[in-house]
Design a protein around this ligand. Structure first.
Ligand code: COA
Length: 167
């Protein structure tokens, strides 16, 4: 293989989630994953077991703004199955963050199920930084509803949107 061929062989991965809202924990995973991958696609999907707070369009706008200065990050929204989205991009590596042992069962099940649907798909797990391992989007939503200070957990544009939603 010529040296130049290697240049074109970019390592790409999809980082999917509901990101409702996106937190510094997610942002940390995305940034650290760029030590391994040349480009990532942050993919905003639906978890049908969760009632959305922000519309997908809003989440897309929030995350696009956060990574506006980083050409290695593309932000997209998708409907339907993650495997179909992966096929549409021809990217078959999926990044997921693990916070605690309690995430493992769900992630294991999800990755096995996805691989059964699309054998080319591989999941790549990263440990969440210790600074963020206890954060969850749901906790941030709950604290926001009760007027808690969540500025340590979400970036300013998301914080502004969350504050605007307080009753
Ligand atoms: N820092 C902070 N929080 C983190 C985190 C990190 N590094 N990593 C995960 N989390 C939290 C999230 O905030 C979220 O918290 P919440 O449950 O309070 O909302 C939780 O961990 C998991 O959320 P997320 O990573 O967004 O996963 P999800 O389960 O909500 O959604 C999809 C995952 C969207 C990728 C998945 O549902 C999907 O693929 N949907 C499309 C349909 C499909 O193909 N389904 C699978 C086969 S049926």
């Amino acid at each position: 293989m010529e040296k130049n061929d290697l240049k074109n062989d970019l390592k790409r991965a999809i980082y999917p989630g509901s990101f409702d809202p996106v937190t510094y924990g997610h942002i940390d995973i995305a940034q650290r994953s760029l030590k391994i991958f040349d480009e990532i696609v942050i993919a905003i999907g639906d978890n049908r077991n969760k009632k959305p707070l922000f519309t997908k369009e809003r989440r897309l706008a929030q995350i696009t703004e956060i990574f506006a200065d980083n050409p290695a990050v593309r932000v997209m929204a998708f409907d339907g199955l993650l495997v179909d989205f992966a096929r549409s991009l021809n990217i078959f590596t999926v990044i997921r963050g693990l916070r605690a042992v309690s995430d493992f069962d769900y992630e294991f099940q999800l990755s096995c199920f996805n691989r059964r649907l699309e054998p080319r798909l591989e999941s790549f797990f990263m440990m969440t930084s210790e600074k963020y391992f206890y954060i969850s989007s749901n906790m941030i939503r709950l604290a926001n509803d009760m007027n808690g200070d969540i500025s340590d957990f979400v970036p300013p544009n998301v914080l502004a949107d969350l504050r605007a939603m307080r009753q």
